[in-house]
Structures are given as structure tokens and as C-alpha cells.
Design a protein around this ligand. Structure first.
Ligand SMILES: [Cu+2]
Ligand SMILES: [Zn+2]
Length: 196
């Protein structure tokens, strides 16, 4: 009888130890998974993305969107624009996040936080932080333009770089890169506010 109960106690302790070990293993797994999840979230946060839908202005047929992504301190812009006449058209970042006016005038002038003169992007004599430039529209009415720069950021503290709270403007005409203050690019045919 005594032997039986001893064996029972022994078996019971084995079970308890077994359970404890299992619990410990589970705990370790849970911690590792949580750490991995937070690491993944951090990586997600490092890549910021803003999608800016464009609305037609001045009675144009324009449609399209501009996508900004920030990764490793650089912002990449990819714009796809449809409904424009074949040929070159200007695209800029303007200073006001306001597309309400039918002619797009509410978006104000070019975004120029560093008080440079208007010019071609990268010109050593100066250019606005919003001077993206011109893009080509094909016979099918579709145009694309992309660029990558470390002179922009998405929502950082540096107001000389932060593109949030500005607007994208597409023009019917061509930016001549010399006329002040905005390259004589003509009618504003598309507008989109850059916001999260
Ligand atoms: Cu413009
Ligand atoms: Zn400009």
C-alpha cells in the first residue's frame, strides 16, 4: 500500500514538473514572438507612404495619383497622370495644402522653404524644394514621372524637408526652368493635397 502511494506521489510530481517545463517553454516562445512582432512593426514604421489622389482643375480631364514613400532617409515619388494632351507638362509641389479653388490657385506659389529662385531641380544656382520639373505624356494621354531625393521627408521635424501639408500641382504648360517665380507653366489642371 505504501509503495503504491509513493509511486503515485512520484508520478504526480513528474506530471507537475512536466507541466512547469511546458509552461516555461510556452513563456519563452511567447516572448520571442512578441519581440519579433515589435521588430516587424518598427520596420513597417521606417517605410512611410503617402498616396495623393489628383483632382482635375480648370475643367481638365486629368486623373491620376502621386505616391510618396520614405525609406532610409530618402523619399521616392512616383506619379501617374492621365487625361492630358500629348507632350510635356509641368509638375510642382506648391506651398498650400488647399485644392478648393476651381483653377487650383488656392494651392499658392511653389513650395520654397529655403528662399531660392525658381529653377531646374539640382541647379547649383538654386531651385525650389517643389521644383519637380516636367514629364512627358504619350499619345495615349498617360504620363509618368518618378524621382528620389534626400531633400524631402514625410512628416519629419525639418520644415525645409517636410512635404506633408503641401499640394501637388500639375500644369497644362511646360516649366521653362527660368521664368520667375514659377517657370511660366500655365494653367493648373490637376491638384492633390499631400497628407497622411
Ligand atoms: Cu506649379
Ligand atoms: Zn519653382
Amino acid at each position: 500500500m505504501k509503495r503504491i502511494s509513493l509511486s503515485l506521489v512520484f508520478c504526480a510530481s513528474l506530471l507537475i514538473i512536466g507541466c512547469k517545463n511546458e509552461n516555461k517553454e510556452n513563456e519563452t516562445e511567447t516572448i520571442t514572438e512578441t519581440e519579433m512582432e515589435s521588430e516587424m512593426e518598427e520596420q513597417k514604421e521606417e517605410i512611410k507612404k503617402v498616396v495623393v489622389p489628383l483632382e482635375s482643375k480648370s475643367g481638365s480631364q486629368l486623373d491620376g495619383e502621386v505616391i510618396f514613400t520614405e525609406e532610409n532617409g530618402e523619399v521616392t515619388m512616383e506619379a501617374t497622370i492621365t487625361g492630358l494632351a500629348e507632350g510635356k507638362h509641368a509638375i510642382h509641389i506648391h506651398q498650400e495644402a488647399d485644392c478648393s479653388a476651381e483653377d487650383g490657385s488656392s494651392a499658392g506659389g511653389h513650395w520654397n522653404p529655403t528662399n531660392e529662385k525658381h529653377g531646374k531641380w539640382g541647379d547649383p544656382e538654386g531651385y525650389h524644394k517643389g521644383d519637380i520639373g516636367n514629364f512627358e505624356v504619350g499619345a495615349d494621354g498617360v504620363g509618368t514621372i518618378s524621382m528620389t531625393t534626400d531633400q524631402w521627408c514625410i512628416g519629419c521635424e525639418d520644415e525645409n524637408k517636410n512635404i506633408l501639408g503641401k499640394a501637388i500641382i500639375v500644369h497644362d504648360g511646360v516649366d521653362d526652368y527660368t521664368s520667375q517665380p514659377s517657370g511660366a507653366a500655365g494653367t493648373r489642371v490637376g491638384c492633390g493635397v499631400i497628407k497622411m
